[in-house]
Write a protein that binds this ligand. Structure first.
Ligand code: NAD
Ligand code: G3P
Length: 341
């Protein structure tokens, strides 16, 4: 289906990522209204053109307006970018559902799995907004630190959706010489990649916090990818998706980049801090903590072996010592590299 050009965008969620995406579109002279949950974020942007809470030191252009009234953010929008953390996705979508007069493209930029239902964000969207056809639901994912995107550093992402015309229109909406978007149609694979890489980033952080070296980190990333593909295939994803930007691309970035919140939580765990203390010290969200539980439940549901995910859960929620978790992974019975467990 051919989709008319997008003229006005609502970005829902003014954390680091929502703000960076809103800024990116506003710099392209596309009118954008950003919805922020916190009134202090609205005030900071209105007074100083800066989201001092979640994306400091980035100037926001006048084409970007901000509000904490959802109805005002959505009014007149012909596309909605959804960038709130997964644990509040359903609540925010339920408020949006009563405000949207007709279906428009909904692009999820959230990376996570709903803990209670194990649903991916587009599945939550379908449940909460049943009038929205599958073709109007899209996912933008891949290696993208908000702080780099908001400084115009070159970034490549993938955009998944099941209506090629809608995907093409949203791809064109985002593309700039420094922001390259590849089209895809694997909603499940792209979302699983973006969610599960956060769990692997926690594990990679633990490896770095324990100073176990580059070999260990490379092994973790590679075996983490094998787990992601196993679960993805069991859930109907195309295994090739995991070799793309939303899989390997984001795994490399998040497992090696010091800018990753998930990786830095893992480093602090590896150095002996307790999870509660780490989370209490952060305003930003490390999605991998909640996703670790959801991923383990999905693995059990699908009958898939995910030993790294299992050990991350033991460290996060059962007080298992990081060194013991690494030892238990290393001492599993001998296996073939392509074996299904
Ligand atoms: N930060 C990045 O570089 C980046 C890049 C790609 C994807 N993401 C994903 O984007 C999503 C949002 O992350 P972020 O980094 O923008 O957030 P953040 O950690 O910078 O900020 C937290 C966000 O949660 C919101 N929030 C907290 N409680 C809320 C509530 N009750 N209702 C509504 N909103 C509430 C805050 O307003 C804020 O927008 C996550 O799924 C993340 O994995 C982040
Ligand atoms: O800082 P993190 O760990 O939430 O990662 C941010 C993005 O998902 C990287 O692509």
């Amino acid at each position: 289906m051919e989709q008319p050009a997008i003229k006005h965008v609502a970005v829902i969620g003014a954390g680091a990522w929502g703000t960076a995406l809103a800024r990116h579109l506003a710099e392209k002279q596309i009118p954008v209204c950003l919805w922020a949950h916190e009134p202090e974020v609205v005030r900071a942007i209105q007074l100083g053109r800066e989201n001092t809470v979640y994306l400091p030191d980035v100037l926001l252009p006048p084409t970007l307006s901000v509000t904490n009234v959802l109805a005002d953010a959505i009014a007149g929008a012909d596309c909605l970018i959804f960038a709130v953390p997964s644990h509040v996705a359903r609540a925010v979508l339920s408020r949006i559902a009563v405000l949207l007069p007709q279906p428009i493209p909904l692009v999820s930029a959230t990376k996570g799995i709903e803990e209670e239902t194990l649903a991916l964000v587009t599945q939550v969207m379908q449940a909460v907004l049943p009038a929205h056809m599958q073709g109007s639901l899209l996912v933008l994912s891949g290696p993208s630190f908000a702080s780099e995107v908001s400084r115009g550093k070159p970034t490549a992402l993938c955009l998944a959706g099941q209506d090629a015309g809608v995907v093409k229109a949203i791809q064109a909406l985002f593309m700039t010489p420094n922001f390259r978007v590849y089209a895809d149609d694997d909603l499940i694979g792209v979302q699983l990649g973006g969610a599960l890489k956060n769990v692997m980033a926690l594990a990679a952080g633990v490896v770095d916090g324990l100073e176990l070296g580059h070999n260990a980190r490379a092994a973790l990333i590679t075996r983490g990818l094998a787990e992601m593909i196993r679960l993805g295939v069991a859930m109907g994803a195309d295994p090739r998706t995991f070799y793309g930007l939303s899989g390997v691309g984001d795994l490399i970035l998040t497992c090696t980049g010091p800018l990753s919140r998930n990786h830095s939580v893992g480093v602090r765990l590896g150095k002996g801090e307790r999870l509660e203390g780490i989370l209490a010290s952060m305003q930003a969200v490390a999605e991998g903590v909640r996703t670790a539980k959801a991923a383990l439940d999905l693995a059990l549901r699908c009958g898939v072996d995910m030993p790294i995910v299992q050990e991350v859960n033991a460290v996060l929620f059962a007080d298992k010592a990081c060194r013991q978790a690494v030892g238990d992974l290393m001492e599993r019975e001998a296996k073939g590299e392509k074996s299904p467990s």
